[in-house]
Design a protein around this ligand. Structure first.
Ligand code: NAD
Length: 476
């Protein structure tokens, strides 16, 4: 079994506890590696190193800092197959998608390296003719990044790249479920000559190590991608410090299918969105509202599409998805479906745990007849289960789409430009996709409304998460 280490102050180290986290391949149910099980002492060591390193790092030019991001991208490309294989094994992500995640992560580092000569402050007009007002943009300081298990490698880069580019130092905590690809990356970059302490990786539990990173006096920002529950804990734990938090949390994305939609395009978009990575994606379609006039045709085609999906070995050709991440996740989604059926919903296809010998599989599942206020329509499922709801009235469907504690993403399928523009105006979500599945661009801004989060990532605005302003009034 492979053993991985943390990266603290430029050194690869075990946890101070001497304990380990066993990492399971969810498809084979074998333990494939172990990661250090750090606690508050590891948090303190990493944050102390990051605190000491940050001022000198901030004094380097953005272009000099960007050179390291470019090297990270190159390291990823040089090891792209190995990293993708490891990612596939630790989270049962199908091989093609694991490779996409690795490759996009390299692009992400390159993208933020490109911001080195582009981000800027402002010169503001003064009321005094003999004064200039300069607004400087300065790094927040020590940025903690806490990552989920579903896109562990890409989300790591989302937290590292903008932070380092603007002059923050960084401490990253991967999910205990999927720490290995991130720790392998830490090992690969440990010989690049990055100043010690600028970038640190620690592993351990959320309630222990994660909480210690949040409450420690040296952390200046915590950026979490994860569940609402973890977001609430981080807000509570950081309240005394009055610290900035950037939270990317869950979603319950509606897709609205209009009467004039390209039905085949909509069927493909909804299928791909719901079933990618076994439905375990924050921004994927979690409920679909279909206009009565096309309901029968759309549902019949969507059912055929779901029934054609192959799922199984993540390394096999032609599979769309593999195992759920673990037994707990399988039991959670299974229980949600049982309660939906008990409350009156009808399963159109699927509906069962699937026995493949090993792994935690659930069939691609469609159901209709679930009430708007039911759990399956309101709460994040994070699995291959999709409720379908019929609609007739535009105002009613928009109200139902908006009627949700989450506000991450949404989508509409229509060929009418006026419908498109009106729906974008009326939908209260951080992102709206038109005639495509739910996936964001790195130059956009991935940010949720309501309980889906505070702040966001990617593009220019993602960079600003790691900056704070200083205004200087200069009389001459
Ligand atoms: P999770 O909240 O269980 O864990 C996320 C991370 O937070 C882990 O590293 C965990 O150890 C840590 N954590 C947990 N409690 C903590 C605490 N009290 N203090 C500090 N850290 C703590 O989430 P998960 O199960 O890994 O991921 C799935 C969730 O993430 C879903 O709800 C999904 O929608 C969401 N997600 C959101 C986005 C987005 O961009 N909005 C992207 C991916 C996943």
């Amino acid at each position: 079994m492979a053993t991985y280490q943390q990266l603290i102050n430029g050194e690869l180290v075990d946890a101070t506890t001497g304990d380990w986290i066993d990492v399971e391949n969810p498809y084979t149910n074998e333990i494939i590696g172990r990661a250090p099980k750090g606690n508050e002492n590891d948090a303190d060591a990493a944050l102390s190193a990051a605190k000491a390193a940050q001022p000198a790092w901030a004094r380097q030019t953005p272009a000099a800092r960007a050179e390291y991001l470019t090297q990270f991208a190159q390291v990823i490309r040089d090891n792209r197959i190995e990293l993708a294989q490891l990612l596939m094994h630790e989270q049962a992500k199908i091989a093609g998608l694991a490779q996409v995640e690795i490759d996009v992560t390299a692009v992400y580092f390159d993208y933020y390296a490109g911001w080195a000569r582009k981000y800027e402050g402002e010169v503001i007009s003064s009321d005094d003719p003999q004064e200039n007002i300069f607004l400087f943009q300065k790094p927040i300081g020590v940025a903690v990044g806490i990552c989920p298990w579903n896109f562990p490698f890409f989300v790591m880069a989302r937290k590292v790249a903008p932070a380092l580019l603007v002059g923050c130092s960084s401490v990253i905590k991967p999910s205990s479920t999927t720490p290995l690809t991130t720790l392998r990356f830490a090992e690969l970059i440990s010989s690049l000559g990055l100043p010690k302490g600028v970038l640190n990786f620690v592993t351990g539990g959320g309630a222990t190590l994660g909480a210690a990173l949040t409450t420690h006096p040296y952390s200046d920002l915590v950026s979490l991608t994860g569940s609402v529950d973890a977001g609430v804990e981080i807000i509570k734990n950081s309240a005394e410090k009055i610290m900035k938090t950037s939270l990317e949390l869950g979603g319950k994305a509606p897709a609205i299918i209009f009467p004039d939609a390209d039905i085949d395009l909509a069927v493909k978009g909804v299928t791909d969105s719901r079933l990618i990575y076994s439905g375990q994606v924050c921004n994927c379609c979690e409920r679909v509202y279909v206009h009565s006039s096309i309901y029968d045709e759309f549902v019949s085609k969507l059912k055929a599409s779901f029934e054609a999906v192959q799922y199984g070995d993540p390394a096999a050709d032609g599979v769309t998805y593999s195992s759920q991440i673990d037994k707990g996740q399988l039991e959670k989604i299974s229980g949600m479906l049982d309660r939906a059926v008990a409350a009156g919903a009808t399963v159109l296809t699927g509906g069962h745990v699937a026995d493949k010998g090993t792994g935690y599989f659930f069939e691609p599942t469609l159901l209709e007849g679930a009430a708007q206020d039911s759990e399956i329509v309101q709460k994040e499922v994070f699995g291959p289960i999709l409720p379908i709801i019929r609609w007739d009235d535009y105002d009613d469907v928009i109200a139902k789409a908006n009627d949700c504690e989450y506000g991450l993403t949404s989508s509409v399928f229509t060929t009418n430009v006026s419908t498109t523009m009106q729906a974008i105006k009326d939908l209260n979500f951080g992102e709206t996709y038109v005639n495509r599945e739910h996936f964001e661009g790195i130059q956009g801004f991935h940010a949720g409304w309501r309980k889906s989060g505070i702040g966001g990532a990617d593009g220019k605005w993602g960079l600003h998460e790691y900056l704070q302003s200083q205004v200087a009034y200069i009389r001459y």
